[in-house]
Design a protein around this ligand. Sequence first.
Ligand code: ME8
Length: 527
Amino acid sequence: MTTGSKQTYYVTTPIYYVNGNPHVGHAYTTIACDVLARFKTLDGFNVKFLTGTDEHGQKVAKAAEEKGITPQAFTDEVSQVFRDMTDFLEITNDDFIRTTEERHIKSCQALWQRIAERNAPDGKPWIELGTYAGWYAVSDEAYYNEDELRDGPDGGKVGPSGAAVEWVEEESYFFRLSAAEQILLDYYDAHKDFIAPNSRRNEVTSFVKGGLRDLSISRTTFDWGIPVPGNDKHVMYVWIDALTNYITATGFPNEEAADYKAFWPADLHMIGKDIIRFHCVYWPAFLLAAELPLPKRIFAHGWWTVKDEKMSKSLGNVIDPYKLVETYGLDQVRYFLLREITFGADGDFSMDGLLNRANGELANEFGNLSQRVLSMIHKNCDACVPEPNALTPEDDEILNAAASVLDPAREALDRQAFNDAIEAIWIVVRAANAYVDKQAPWKLRKEDPERMVTVLYVLTDVIRMLTLVMQPFTPNGAEAILDQLSIPEDRRDFRAFAPGNAPIPGETLPKPEPVFLRLEEPQVTAE
Ligand code: ME8
């Protein structure tokens, strides 16, 4: 979609439960979206990037009760903790939604109303009143069928995630999900990019093919939720409330709102694989029933594990993002999280892995490339961008490689293949280092100073282009290198890949300082 002449891009993280401190898993999803948001912005898109907190439901009500404070006071406090994490990680979100906000309550009630007013393909209303009798896991805020349960460690039953379930029997509104089965299957079939990666698409398709049961969408045994329009004995099931956040933030129910027009449907909901059923089955079904457009894509990434167990608060193996960033640096952590594993797969978190990536790649290959080139320029070219002489085919080759790096990076990020994007960049980083080694400008200094000047000029332009495309991944280090190359602010977006943006010979360069320093071996342990 376009606003004015600009293409738009709307990306969302899940909204996080306010029931504990953020950990690396939360930071991971948010950082991944931040890379996409920054990349698209640099690529000329009008970007909306949403994150926030999920504050209603039984789990949160219980946590507040245990603390002896009201749910509102509790959520105010913990939501702020997540907002602080977002700031600490220098995330470029342009909205932070809380599900307790008035705009969201209005939006949920409007969406409910819209679904309630419409009929399913069988001619009966989508929403009907009935009685729910079944299993519920408070810590997942999810209903489970008997056949999904197994015996838990304490004699009771647990759901697939290991969360304890309890028997619930109460009056409830139902969303007639069973009536959406075929529409959903047809939709998945017609929109092959809707659910990614492919393995998740297959998982969702076979789940739906296995038969969908109607979904209980209201509760009556507690009141920490959004009242059902017309029957405030009921509060909405927390997931219908939570999922609606994505559309609330565009101004819904005002379909004339500028953001609604520009940004809905969202381009990408980024989630972890634990919440795929809610996003890929329930959410599209609600929107189809409401006759609203569906998000274009949902990408479910894998889990960070520690010694092969999911990193989670209940397992006590959580890594604190604050300690991690304070110890290793924000760019290093961002780079590692997106470089280490194929996005979509699980990955085991190891400090050695982080050190290897930070030292082996960021410090030795990328940081060192700019440091040695800029130091030579500082010493041998009067701290000015050198004036090149005639270029050789080898010069053209490395310049062309750098100038062509944007396309594969863009293509990979449109598939959320972060490590493919980084690899495409790294092919050129390695080629640039090989070029330095082969040209050996330190030797040319005596043997052929004119050629040395040309080689250093070529390298400044190669480093400039590599740094431009690295900005979304390592924003602080990239900014420092662009400063050292005296690149003006208005030449830092991807339009600067066009010819005519190379560093200007004679331009003074500041004294170079190393960027991406080698890290020692401190260890951050799990909480
Ligand atoms: O599910 N590895 O919130 P939540 C990778 N409120 N990512 C992880 C992770 C791990 N070990 N642990 C958590 C909720 N995550 C709902 C969402 S959306 C309408 C409502 C990330 O606080 C991952 O993105 O439990 C996962 O989907 C999210 O945190 C769950 O956060």
